[in-house]
Design a binder for this molecule. Structure first.
Ligand code: SAM
Length: 402
């Protein structure tokens, strides 16, 4: 490279850092960072796809540091440090501005962390360790924030052959985790070859496991089970229930009208036509009866901190407020209290969070069993921090006579 080419290269490297710095300085944590970025890129068409990829990676890598580096350190230095820790392939930016780090970029993560021990404190990446459940391995969980999670797909019943054919034809590499679960690099754009919701569902590995403890309890394979997914969002767990449980009569509800509209579209693509959809706010006790009947099963995939998924949304490390944990736990108690009014005696409640916090999980299990008419069947952490997946908590209860 001659001198003038080097100058161009250098200024282009600095420009990326400047864009990332400005974006980070103007972000206020009030919306998910991916939406903020989307708005910025749609207003700034000058950034092509390569620019968008580089700027997004710089910002996301930066968030992965949490509050672990000296707050006095300039953002551009933190951006370099984050790139060195999180990325595995040589970076043009590091090559230009810190070539010795670029040489070491493929080193194992523990070596890189130890190399930076004077400026980077692994213990303070995740500022809420005192809120963690004792079932979570603190060291491995904290380390997971420096590792990009993978993308997981659930193959729908009867679609395995066509999905494999299409992936192989498009030369897309993937891993089989078990027959219905495929895993991909997070950057893989699979919707260019696969029909989402019809052939595959984009669903985290552990989210795919959430109904296993429920299925085990439903021993009569011919029984029609009435299921109410009372925090349905766009229906991830409902489609799983439809695929996994043999005969279900499905009712879905949520507080958000627009998300139920998304659910309707997804269900159409998924071929699910026979269901009831309602707008219900379970934080309050309804004056009118919500239903004239009770359900065999309620799935309460409750709103939560989402702390088990923050490796995908690392901006939460800097912006989440600790007091929100208690607010979520109280909301979860209200939702379960009000929903189980419509659970048959002997019926099953599956409680799900994507949180690693004790207050939202074990403490709420104590509340449900001590203050409500529920007896615990089993609980489980579905931990994903060793496999680039999300961590979820599930608890299954049976309704007792009062
Ligand atoms: C974790 S998400 C559910 C995810 C969904 N089950 C899935 O698998 O894709 C929690 C949902 O609870 C809903 N929610 C929040 N507050 C609620 C309330 N008071 N009553 C009922 N649903 C509520 C949210 O709108 C959100 O869609």
């Amino acid at each position: 490279m001659n001198k003038s080419e080097q100058a161009v290269e250098k200024s282009y490297v600095h420009r990326y850092l400047d864009y990332a710095q400005t974006l980070l300085e103007n972000y206020n944590g009030k919306e998910p960072f991916h939406l903020y970025l989307k708005k910025y890129f749609s207003l700034n068409k000058k950034h092509g796809s390569k620019d968008r990829r580089i700027i997004s990676s710089l910002c996301y890598d930066y968030f992965r540091l949490g509050v672990s580096v000296n707050s006095e350190m300039p953002i551009t230095e933190k951006l370099l440090l984050a790139t060195f820790l999180v990325e595995h392939e040589p970076s043009k930016i590091l090559k230009e501005l810190n070539p010795s780090w670029n040489e070491m970029i493929k080193n194992p993560l523990p070596e890189k962390i130890s190399f930076l021990k004077d400026v980077f404190d692994m213990q303070s990446v995740f500022p809420f360790n005192d809120e963690l459940s004792t079932k979570i391995d603190v060291g491995l969980f904290n380390l997971s924030f420096l590792i990009q999670p993978r993308l997981f797909l659930r193959v729908r019943p009867g679609k395995k052959e066509i999905v494999l054919q299409k992936l192989n034809k498009a030369n897309i590499s993937f891993e089989f985790l078990y027959p219905g679960c495929l895993s991909f690099a997070n950057s893989e754009n699979i919707n260019r070859v696969l029909r989402l919701d019809d052939e595959v569902i984009v669903q985290d590995y552990n989210s795919q496991q959430t109904l296993a403890i429920l299925k085990k309890e439903i021993t009569d394979k011919f029984q029609t089970v009435s299921v109410w997914d009372c925090c349905a969002a766009s229906g991830g767990k409902s489609i799983l229930a439809f695929d996994l449980l043999n005969n279900i009569m499905l009712t879905v509800s949520d507080t958000r009208k627009n998300i139920l509209e998304n659910l309707r579209k997804r269900f159409t693509n998924a071929g699910i036509t026979n269901y009831t959809s309602l707008l219900i706010d379970l934080s309050v006790s309804s004056k009118e009866k919500l239903f004239n009947h009770c359900f065999d099963t309620i799935i309460a995939d409750v709103p939560c901190s989402g702390s088990g998924t923050w490796s995908r949304t690392p901006e939460a490390l800097a912006w989440f407020e600790k007091k929100a944990i208690t607010n979520y736990a109280l909301l979860q108690q209200k939702i379960v209290t009000h929903s189980i009014e419509y659970l048959k005696v002997g019926g099953l409640l599956l409680y799900i969070t994507c949180s690693v916090f004790r207050k939202e999980n074990e403490d709420n299990v104590d509340f449900f069993t001590q203050d409500l008419s529920l007896e615990l069947i089993s609980t489980k952490y579905l931990s994903g921090y060793e496999m680039q997946a999300d961590t979820l908590f599930v608890a299954l209860f049976r309704k007792k006579k009062r």
